[in-house]
Design a protein around this ligand. Structure first.
Ligand SMILES: [Zn+2]
Length: 448
């Protein structure tokens, strides 16, 4: 039986008689609307994959993953079947018209063959997960791994009575990959499934935590393969809420089946198998790599010849008057290429302008009249309290009138607004600088 199963997988999937899977795929595709379950998330679509074209998937470990669109999710369940919890998971999936992929352990299948048959009858995809689930695939011999793989397939096939009902999908226990194991599986046309994200449901955490991790990580990823375990009660308990939340957030469930003669692989482009294919809308810079120069020879470059400088007489032009030697021989200096400064007539402005008369610098007798009217600028500054400050300004003007030579007081008038100047409405530093004078002046005024 083991030999038959092994030989079965050596043939390309396209020649396999997987009529059962083909019909199941059709059924799952039609299950998007879920009679009797209006809140079901349903199964949005079914994609058909050829393991030989994409032998390893799941971005947790491999460059490629399933060709999912944004907000599409593939559910996978490992380690079953286990009667009670797996049955509960199966019911939740049925209530939601969701099709998933199960990676069964051979020993579990032998212990619970009815559970395997239920999965197939419900239209789910059946992959395998070794015979005894050893967490040593990364260090066991390829021969030992082969036996684990083949025994697991044989056990599931025995439970079904039909090896063709098993998809050529394999998940390595613990995701403990090894080159030899992957090469062996690829040679058999069996696709290795890693995953895109986890919900840590094999740990001793609550079902609420499983739900939390599943939804948060999906939200972070935006799409992908989710790895769960149908053997755990916490997973069975969390699943209804996970599916409900996925629906609420606009996620779609995708069912995956292997290609067959009757059902060829879903047409895809190579970039569809990358989690983040290159986008035309997001520019990416692909700079050429800087070559890593290796200087085989470190000889000095040859010194330039004097003639290289195009200098007459091979003389370097280093003197302050570089063209003097040419002028002396009647040779005009070469034109410089840069623009010349415009020639301006140097008029004797300092001579032609009249000398200011001394009277210009004399302060007239009635200079104080200039201070009778407060400068308009100060009124504008006091805009926030015009009546009061205007009156103050008038007052200051009057005070300025009280004596000649007291122009300083008028100049210090802004100091009366020093508090305002210090406020956001400050117009100049001069106002603030004059501020210290104010208390003195106010006190003087009060006396009067
Ligand atoms: Zn497992």
């Amino acid at each position: 039986m083991i030999g038959n199963v092994a030989g079965f997988w050596t043939r390309p999937p396209t020649v396999l008689c997987l009529g059962l899977l083909a019909s199941l795929a059709t059924r799952s595709a039609l299950a998007a609307d879920c009679p009797g379950h209006p809140d079901a998330i349903g199964t949005e679509r079914t994609i058909v994959v050829n393991p030989r074209e994409h032998p390893r998937i799941g971005t947790m470990q491999y460059p490629e993953t399933l060709p999912l669109r944004d907000h599409e999710v593939v559910l996978t369940f490992d380690d079953g079947p286990l009667p009670r919890n797996s049955d509960q998971v199966l019911k939740t999936l049925a209530d939601n018209c969701v099709k998933a992929t199960f990676f069964l352990i051979g020993e579990q299948a032998r212990a619970n063959p009815e559970g395997v048959r239920k999965l197939v009858e419900a239209g789910h995809t059946i992959g395998t997960h070794s015979q005894t689930h050893p967490l040593t695939f990364h260090k066991m011999s390829v021969e030992a791994a082969e036996k684990q793989i083949n025994d697991g397939i044989a056990s599931v096939a025995a439970a079904l009575g039909d090896p063709t009902a098993i998809a050529p999908f394999f998940r390595i226990p613990g995701l403990l990959r090894a080159d030899g194991v992957e090469e062996y599986l690829a040679g058999r046309g069996i696709q290795v499934w890693s995953t895109d994200f986890l919900a840590d449901d094999w740990h001793h955490i609550s079902s609420a935590r499983v739900y939390d991790l599943a939804t948060k990580r999906l939200e972070a990823m935006g799409k992908g393969i989710l790895l769960l375990h149908d053997i755990h009660a916490r997973t069975a308990a969390a699943l209804p809420k996970i599916l409900s939340e996925m629906k609420a957030r606009g996620y779609k469930i995708v069912h995956v089946v292997p290609a067959t003669l009757q059902q060829p692989a879903t047409p895809t482009d190579p970039q569809d198998w990358q989690f983040n294919p290159p986008s035309e809308s997001v520019p990416t810079a692909r700079w050429p790599k800087v070559p890593n120069f290796v200087y085989a020879e470190t000889d000095m470059l040859a010194a330039p010849a004097l003639s290289d400088f195009n200098s007459p007489d091979s003389k370097l032009l280093l003197s302050p008057e570089p063209f003097a030697h040419m002028r002396g021989r009647g040779i005009p200096p070469p034109e410089t290429p840069w623009p010349r400064a415009p020639e301006t007539q140097a008029t004797a402005a300092s001579v032609s302008l009249p000398v200011p008369a001394e009277a210009l610098f004399m302060v007239p007798e009635d200079a104080h009249a200039a201070f009778r009217v407060p400068p308009p600028r100060r009124v504008a500054v006091a805009g926030e309290d015009k009546p009061k400050h205007t009156a103050s300004d008038h007052g200051s003007s009057k005070r300025a009138e009280r004596g000649r030579g007291r122009a300083r007081i008028a100049h210090a008038a802004p100091a009366r607004r020093a508090p305002h100047a210090a406020a956001p409405g400050a117009k100049s530093a001069a106002h603030a600088a004059a501020a210290p004078r104010r208390p003195v002046r106010v006190a003087a005024l009060k006396k009067r």
